[in-house]
Ligand binder design. Structure first.
Ligand SMILES: Nc1nc2c(c(=O)[nH]1)N[C@H]1C(S)=C(S)[C@@H](COP(=O)(O)O)O[C@H]1N2
Ligand SMILES: [Mo]
Length: 177
C-alpha cells in the first residue's frame, strides 16, 4: 500500500489534486489531472484477474483505454516499452514498477481503471488509477499509478528484469496468461 503523507493528502481531498505524468520517448509529454482522465473516452469490461500465486477473481472495471493515451502523447518510433511507476513501494522496499510491451498497450482491453464494480476504485484495489492489462498476470497490473514512461529498453531500471516482481521474485518478463 502507498505509505506517504503525499498519498494521505490525495485520499483526503478525494484525489482532486492527483496528476498522472506521461513522458519519456513521446512527441507530447503530458500531465493529466484526475478530472481530465475521467472526462476522456471510457470503457467497461468484466474480466477474470489471475494472480501467479494461484488465486483469481472477477470484477467489472471502468476507465480510459490506454490506446487513447497513446494517441495523445504519440510515442516515438524508438519507444518499445511502457513503464508504469507506482506511488507505493514493493514489499521488499524500493518503488513498485512494471514494464509492458508497447504493442500490448494498444490492446482493446488495456485500460487505466478508475472504477471497479460500478464505483470508484478503492484504495485497496489501486485508487486513484490502476492498470488493467487483461492478457497479463496480476503482478504486471500496477496499482496507484504515479507515472508512465516510454522507453526503448529496461535494462537500466531496477535490477533490469522488467518489473518489481521480475527483479525480486524471479518471475519472467514474458509471462502472459
Ligand atoms: N503498486 C503495486 N501494484 C500491484 C501490486 C503491488 O504489490 N504493488 N501487486 C500486484 C499483484 S501481485 C496483484 S495479483 C494485483 C492484485 O490486485 P487487487 O488488489 O486489485 O486484487 O495487484 C498488482 N499490482
Ligand atoms: Mo499477484
Amino acid at each position: 500500500m502507498p505509505n506517504s503523507p503525499e498519498f494521505d493528502a490525495l485520499v483526503a481531498d478525494g484525489f482532486s489534486t492527483y496528476a498522472l505524468r506521461v513522458g519519456g520517448l513521446v512527441e507530447a509529454p503530458r500531465v493529466f489531472s484526475y478530472a481530465e482522465l475521467k472526462a476522456m473516452p471510457s470503457q467497461e469490461q468484466i474480466t477474470t484477474h489471475f494472480c501467479i500465486q494461484g488465486w483469481s477473481g472477477v470484477a467489472k472495471w471502468g476507465g480510459v483505454p490506454m490506446r487513447h493515451i497513446l494517441e495523445l502523447v504519440r510515442p516515438k518510433p524508438e519507444a518499445r516499452y511502457a513503464v508504469f511507476y507506482s506511488l507505493a513501494d514493493g514489499s521488499d522496499g524500493g518503488r513498485y514498477y512494471d514494464v509492458h510491451r508497447i504493442s500490448n498497450m494498444r490492446h482493446e482491453l488495456t485500460i487505466l481503471a478508475y472504477e471497479m464494480n460500478g464505483a470508484p476504485v478503492s484504495v485497496l484495489h489501486g485508487a486513484p488509477l490502476r492498470l488493467r492489462c487483461e492478457n497479463e498476470l496480476g503482478f504486471k497490473m500496477v496499482k496507484w499509478i504515479a507515472a508512465i514512461e516510454f522507453v526503448s529498453d529496461f535494462a537500466d531500471l531496477g535490477a533490469g528484469q522488467g518489473g518489481y516482481n521480475e527483479d525480486h521474485e524471479f518471475y519472467g518478463y514474458r509471462m502472459p496468461i
